[in-house]
Design a protein around this ligand. Structure first.
Ligand SMILES: [Zn+2]
Length: 255
C-alpha cells in the first residue's frame, strides 16, 4: 500500500512520529473500525479517526440530529437538524478526508446485527449511552475476537477503557446499574464529550499502530470538576456470563 503525495503531506505530523511513522500510517490506512453511536463520543472519535487516515470507518446509529445534540456533538450543524446522523456524518467525514471510506449504517445495533458488524472490522469503538446496546457490543466483540474501546460520559465525569478478550466490559458492569443515568436526564458538559471521545480515538490509533501501552484491562476515569484523572485495573470476573468459564453456550468447550 503506497501513499500519494497528497497523503504524505496530509499525514506529515504522524509520519515523523517514531511510534507511528510510515508503518503505523500504513496500518491506519489498512484498518477498519466500527463506531457504535454517532453522538457525543462518536462525533469526536470519528472526526479524529477519519483525520488520522483510518481506511474504513463504519458508523452505526439510528437517530436523526436534534437541536439538543448541538451542544456537544460537533459533527453536526444547525442545518442538519432532522437529518439522519450517520448520513450527515458520512458527508462531513468524507469532506474532511477523501482518502478514507465512510460506511453509514442507519440502524440500532442489536443482537441481530452486532456480530456481523463486529466481524467486518478490526476494532470496535462504543460510545453509546444504553446498557443494552453496550452489552450487545461487548458480547459481539468477545465472540468475534475484536478489541473494544469503550467510553462513557455523564454530568462532569467520563471514563474510557480497552477490552481485549478477558476482562470484558461485562466483567466491569455485570448488570445494568439500578441507578443508571442518562445524559438527557442528568446533563453532561459538552467539552467532556470531546475529551473522552478523543481519548477513544487515541487508544484506537495506538492499538492500530502498535504504539505505547493501550488501556487494556484498565479504566481511566476523568473527574472534570476536580480536574483529576485516575486509572484503575479491571479484574476478570470468573463468573462473567460473557467471558467467564461458565459463560452461556460454552459449557463443554475448551477455551
Ligand atoms: Zn467478562
Amino acid at each position: 500500500m503506497t501513499f500519494s503525495d497528497a497523503e504524505v503531506e496530509r499525514y506529515a505530523r504522524h509520519l515523523v512520529l517514531r511510534e507511528i511513522g510510515g508503518p503505523g500510517q500504513q496500518a491506519l490506512k489498512a484498518a477498519s473500525v466500527l463506531i457504535v453511536g454517532a453522538g457525543g463520543l462518536g462525533a469526536p472519535a470519528s472526526l479524529y479517526l477519519a483525520a488520522a487516515g483510518v481506511g474504513r470507518i463504519v458508523l452505526v446509529d439510528p437517530d436523526v440530529v436534534d437541536r439538543s445534540n448541538l451542544q456537544r456533538q460537533v459533527l453536526y450543524a444547525e442545518a442538519d437538524i432532522g437529518a439522519p446522523k450517520v448520513e450527515v456524518a458520512a458527508r462531513r467525514l468524507s469532506a474532511l478526508n477523501p482518502h478514507v471510506t465512510i460506511e453509514p449504517v442507519l440502524a440500532r445495533l442489536d443482537a441481530g446485527n452486532a456480530r456481523e458488524l463486529a466481524r467486518g472490522v478490526d476494532l470496535v469503538l462504543d460510545g453509546t449511552d444504553d446498557f443494552g446496546v453496550r452489552f450487545c457490543v461487548n458480547a459481539a466483540c468477545v465472540a468475534e475476537g475484536r478489541t473494544l474501546v469503550s467510553g462513557a460520559i455523564g454530568r462532569w465525569t467520563g471514563q474510557v477503557g480497552v477490552f481485549r478478550g478477558r476482562p470484558c466490559y461485562r466483567c466491569l458492569v455485570p448488570e445494568t446499574p439500578p441507578d443508571a443515568e442518562t445524559c438527557s436526564a442528568v446533563g453532561v458538559v459538552g467539552a467532556l464529550a470531546g475529551v473522552i471521545g478523543s481519548m477513544m480515538a487515541l487508544e484506537a490509533v495506538k492499538l492500530i499502530a502498535g504504539a505505547g501501552e493501550p488501556l487494556a484491562g484498565r479504566l481511566l476515569v476523568y473527574d472534570a470538576l476536580a480536574a483529576e484523572t485516575r486509572t484503575v485495573r479491571i479484574g476478570a470476573d470468573p463468573e462473567c456470563e460473557v467471558c467467564g468459564a461458565n459463560r452461556l453456550g460454552s459449557i463443554g468447550q475448551s477455551t
